[in-house]
Design a protein around this ligand. Structure first.
Ligand code: SF4
Length: 405
């Protein structure tokens, strides 16, 4: 059934359709047919949840450009739009960051592709940016951009696996014809050949004489934080390659009917990946007592989910307003209270929170006691475990939607 939309809703539908179509065209032109190889993001996902990675490889997605948005209620369209903005804003930032880095004069390659075959499995890595320096101290830096609502304290394991895979492949494939750069003459070249063609830079024939590191730039709306360095590590690269083989073979088993998706192992416990997972609607992890959304309990749960979404929006608005007021306060150079209506405001500096650096305490104890195990035992005796408490988890179900075809 087509909906009688307002003009605003028609505009949002148009934008949503455009974002879905653009995402598919961009993936096809930059990454090719993703069903024909295992990529680094598949490996990262597979290290966290094999079921989700295999479903991704089989092209199981809750929504696509073929989804008939005209039949969906406005709330569903708004939810797809919100998700697409979060998923695609990283690509928009990528464009600006590339321009900024190029403006520094640094030798930069966007979208370097590394292509290999491991135990019969095609594997490709697409690197956001490579920075290169030749000369007496040759160096290569991989930069991977991640767009985050808020800058995390530490990186997700799936991001780190991606980085270790990329930096490991650059080093292990250095002298092999595995490197290509779209829209250039570089195709199936060794890494030194590729850099010679691109920049006329001479690099050693062996990677051992090159300083190679990978970094993640986590970018929010107003902050940027680098995470790294990630260095080539043979054991971690081998674990990445084994994961690629496992995803490929398992996907093949599901395709040929030897295995059901729900027979595949999945990550346990609360996991941030689950809210974004395209196959979370029927995941065995959430085998649940289903209650009607019209029942009293169902209505209450839906209301809670909605309140939590509004709370998250509100917290974002409060953080923005606080930041704005803090900046204005420092610009006008006031030290005192500002009164307005029923409220007064003042910006003060409060002392930082004191925390105990566990690793440092351990080092000090070892140097005092002179015995690792006793130091560990002393530390454990001083630890307190808080009382267990209930946690209410609310997650969105990404239901597969109808396609237009
Ligand atoms: S919902 Fe969570 S556990 Fe289930 S497949 Fe997706 S990521 Fe894995």
């Amino acid at each position: 059934m087509q909906h009688n939309d307002t003009k605003e809703q028609r505009l949002l539908r148009l934008l949503t359709q455009g974002l879905l179509a653009h995402a598919e065209q961009k993936t096809a032109s930059e990454l090719g047919d993703r069903s024909q190889y295992i990529g680094m993001s598949d490996i990262g996902k597979g290290m966290e949840c094999m079921r989700s990675a295999v479903a991704g490889k089989l092209g199981m997605s809750a929504v696509s450009a073929a989804t008939d948005l005209g039949t969906l209620p406005p709330d569903d369209v708004a939810s797809i739009l919100g998700r697409q903005v979060i998923l695609q804003r990283g690509h928009w930032q990528e464009h600006g960051i590339e321009k900024a880095l190029v403006a520094t004069g640094v030798k930069l390659v966007p979208q370097l592709e590394i292509s290999i075959e491991h135990n019969g499995v095609p594997i490709k890595a697409h690197l956001d940016f490579i920075l290169v320096w030749g000369g007496k101290r040759p160096a290569v830096r991989i930069l991977e951009l991640k767009s985050n609502e808020r800058i995390p304290d530490s990186l997700y394991a799936s991001y780190e696996a991606q980085l270790y895979g990329q930096v490991g492949l650059i080093k292990s494939c250095w002298a092999d014809p595995c490197f290509s750069i779209p829209e250039t003459d570089v195709s199936e070249a060794t890494f030194p050949e590729a850099m010679r063609i691109m920049f006329d830079v001479e690099l050693p024939e062996s990677p051992n004489a090159v300083d190679i590191e990978a970094w993640v730039l986590s970018i929010s709306m107003s902050k940027v934080k680098p995470f790294g360095p990630y260095l080539p590590d043979e054991d971690i690269l081998e674990a990445c390659l084994q994961t690629a083989v496992a995803i490929w073979r398992t996907a093949e088993d599901v395709r040929t009917g030897n295995l059901e998706l729900n027979d595949i192992d999945y990550c346990r416990g609360f996991h941030p990946l689950c809210d974004w997972c395209d196959v979370n609607s029927d995941c065995p992890k959430f085998q649940a007592v289903s209650i009607s959304s019209d029942s009293v309990c169902g209505l209450e749960l839906e209301e809670l989910a909605m309140l939590k979404e509004r709370k998250a929006d509100l917290e974002g608005c409060i953080a923005d307003a606080e930041e704005r007021i803090r900046q204005t306060y420092s610009l006008i150079g006031v030290q005192d209270w500002i009164s307005t209506g029923d409220h007064r405001f003042r910006v003060t500096t409060v002392a930082g929170r004191k925390t105990l650096d566990r690793a440092l305490v351990m080092d000090k104890l070892i140097s005092l006691i002179g015995d690792d195990l006793r130091a560990q035992a002393v530390l454990e005796q001083c630890e307190k475990t808080g009382k267990a408490h209930d946690r209410l988890y609310v997650g969105r179900i990404n239901k597969p939607l109808k396609s237009a075809a």
